[in-house]
Design a protein around this ligand. Structure first.
Ligand SMILES: [Mg+2]
Length: 316
């Protein structure tokens, strides 16, 4: 990876001279954010877009680097951001403590600029690789949309968020009509292409940033629609169904259409009452698990109804 200006580095140092040296060294390759004390460091570290790397001075008045990293590691928002200590302390004990607190590296002052530059480049490369692997782990390789693992993870998160905020959460199950027959007639390579096209079209039909479509398995797709009540979920699913139909992928032996179509079922859970009240209930692991399962089961039953009613439709 070639370093580029979309990569952000937060540099924290109480001495202007040190900030200046590091800035001179890195400004060509990265977007830099500067903080002159621990308090500012924590503030800037939590501002979006989050920094990709933090260079942190150990010795600062009031809040030192060790306190800063402790707080960064306690906060889910910032705990994954790699931190490199930059310090004049040079005993192995200090270095050991810094690394124990979760720093990825320890650079001692005075440092050699080209070496520091290389080390930072290496860490940034690692950050980007790590992120790529992370993304791939949650991507369905065939359709390039979210996979089942990602779906399950997001659903648990959205369910507890809906409970906490007392809002509605909807899910949808989408199944391709007569897909086995499609594969039999057109072959698996065409089947794969069709799935890719269906996935893209489902994804394009979702408008809000919080909505998610995932490949649930085989020719089944699933939707997560946060803050969406039952009628709205029906509309979104209907829009998705129409989007697939409008792709006009030929399917001559389908008995519902001459093109590929999908059936969909939706289910909604609505949390009411005072904000926070339901949270205790669903934070209990088992209750939460149960609700995820019952919600998906209901969507599946509704999908079955849509199939029974003649396919190429949404239920309810
Ligand atoms: Mg200092």
């Amino acid at each position: 990876m070639i370093p580029n200006k979309t990569t952000r580095i937060l540099i924290v140092d109480d001495e202007k001279m040190n900030l200046k040296v590091l800035t001179e060294l890195l400004r060509e390759d990265y977007t830099l954010v500067l903080a002159k004390n621990g308090e500012q460091a924590l503030k800037f570290a939590r501002q979006k877009p989050l920094p990709d790397l933090i260079l942190l001075d150990v010795v600062m008045p009031e809040m030192g680097g060790h306190d800063v990293i402790r707080q960064l590691k306690e906060d889910p928002l910032t705990k994954e951001i790699p931190v490199i200590f930059v310090t004049a302390l040079s005993s192995t004990g200090d270095e050991e403590q810094g690394l124990k607190l979760g720093a990825v590296d320890y650079i001692t002052k005075p440092f050699s600029p080209p070496i520091v530059k290389m080390r930072i480049h290496n860490h940034i490369r690692f950050v980007h690789h790590h992120r790529l692997l992370d993304r791939l782990a949650y991507l369905d390789p065939l359709t390039e949309i979210a996979n089942r693992r990602r779906f399950d993870q997001v659903l648990v998160k959205e369910l507890s968020r809906a409970a906490r905020n007392c809002t509605s959460l909807s899910v949808g199950m989408v199944d391709v009509d007569f897909f086995k027959q499609y594969n039999d007639q057109y072959g698996h390579a065409m089947g794969d292409r069709a799935l890719y096209q269906i996935a893209s079209s489902l994804k394009a039909s979702l408008e809000r940033p919080g909505d998610l479509v995932a490949r649930y398995g085989g020719e089944e797709f699933a939707l997560i629609l946060p803050e969406t009540d039952a009628p709205a979920a029906g509309r979104v699913a209907e829009k998705a169904r129409r989007a697939v139909e409008n792709e006009k992928i030929p399917h001559t032996i389908s008995s519902v259409s001459s093109h590929i179509t999908v059936s969909a079922g939706t289910a909604t859970v609505r949390f009411t009452g005072r904000a926070g009240e339901q949270l205790r209930e669903t934070r209990d692991g088992q209750t939460c698990e149960h609700t995820v399962e019952s919600l998906m089961l209901q969507a599946d039953q509704h999908l079955y109804k849509a199939k029974q009613n003649g396919r190429n439709q949404v239920w309810p």
